[in-house]
Write a protein that binds this ligand. Structure first.
Ligand SMILES: Nc1ncnc2c1ncn2[C@@H]1O[C@H](COP(=O)(O)OP(=O)(O)OP(=O)(O)O)[C@@H](O)[C@H]1O
Ligand SMILES: [Mg+2]
Length: 298
């Protein structure tokens, strides 16, 4: 298990924050083998800083990171796969050469590095670009190479900073599948993302960070259970003012009125809706991760 415990980090302040800027204010969470952990939070919340500390790129002021019950060291980190926020590829090196090179750097034999590279090129749809210099690739294709570099040495742990950003839907699916495979094979996977539908779809658990603190962690269904469900009612062509006085919001879409309401007597609301017009939909809706997120960081 990868355990992040009470990380604190303050950056020296500029003129705006002479006392320094607190980036992390006691971040703790754990990622178990085989778990896919989605790390979400607003811009500047502290995701990248946390990942950099895990990967030893930055020192925390205090707190600790442990792997399999021991403090995480540089030998362990060599067996981790990391995709940094600042992408770091050799622009002039050819795609396949580059992935193999990083494989060798992480201790693979030449044959193993070549095998893993060919496999990743295929999976990430890069086979035809294998001989191109990285600088000749589009942004999304460079991103795919960066991912291949993070995955080539069959890492024990994956730490990926916004791995899905800039990928087209086909590449998103290919990456999602590759990560799920690794995670089912027992690898803890942490990735940050602003694409919350994706996080909701892929992750076993989610951590929501805000202002350098973890404000919510748990499975998506745990997080959902902590929020109240809303009732969604769609009425076609209702009498004007039909929902007046109800503590919900109505959005109008053509002749359809959609009411979202968190409290109230559902039977009474149904009667009222039926009296007002043709009820097309009446059902309880669980909050989406986006709604949970907005609530948690508000
Ligand atoms: N090298 C640095 N010097 C000064 N402040 C920094 C430095 N790196 C990060 N910060 C500050 O630390 C806070 C956390 O930044 P971080 O990059 O971890 O956020 P993030 O959650 O990754 O955001 P994003 O979603 O935009 O990538 C921000 O307020 C940022 O300005
Ligand atoms: Mg970041």
């Amino acid at each position: 298990m990868l355990e992040i415990s009470e990380l604190r980090k303050r950056f020296a302040g500029g003129s705006e924050a002479p006392g320094g800027k607190v980036a992390l204010d006691g971040i703790s969470f754990a990622v178990r083998p085989g778990e896919m952990f989605g790390f979400v939070g607003a811009n500047g919340a502290g995701k990248t800083t946390t990942m950099r500390i895990v990967m030893g790129v930055l020192q925390a002021d205090s707190g600790s990171v442990s792997w399999q019950g021991r403090p995480l060291g540089s030998d362990d980190r060599r067996r981790f796969g990391y995709m940094p926020e600042e992408r770091g590829l050799y622009q002039k090196m050819r795609v396949a050469e580059q992935i193999e090179y990083f494989g060798r750097l992480h201790g693979l034999s030449a044959a193993a590095a070549k095998r893993a590279t060919d496999d990743l090129l295929e999976r990430l749809g890069l086979t035809e670009r294998r001989g191109d210099a990285v600088q000749a690739l589009s942004l999304g294709n460079q991103q795919r190479v960066q991912l291949a570099v993070a995955l080539v040495h069959d890492p024990e742990v994956l730490v990926l900073d916004e791995p899905f950003s800039g990928l087209d839907p086909i590449a998103v699916d290919a990456l999602a599948m590759a990560l799920q495979e690794r995670s089912r094979g027992g690898v803890p996977v942490i990735f940050s993302s602003h694409q919350l539908e994706l996080v909701e779809r892929l992750c076993d658990s989610v951590g929501i960070v805000s202002g350098g603190r973890m404000v919510a962690t748990g499975t998506v269904s745990d997080l959902r259970a902590a929020e109240s469900d809303t009732l969604r009612v769609v009425v076609r062509d209702p009498a004007p003012g039909w929902a007046d006085g109800l503590p919900g919001t109505v959005t109008v879409n053509g002749d359809r009125h959609v009411l979202h309401i968190a409290d109230g007597d559902d039977q009474e609301i149904l009667r009222r809706a039926m009296k007002a017009g043709h009820v097309e939909h009446f059902g309880v809706q669980q909050p989406t991760l986006t709604e949970i997120f907005k609530e948690a960081v508000a």
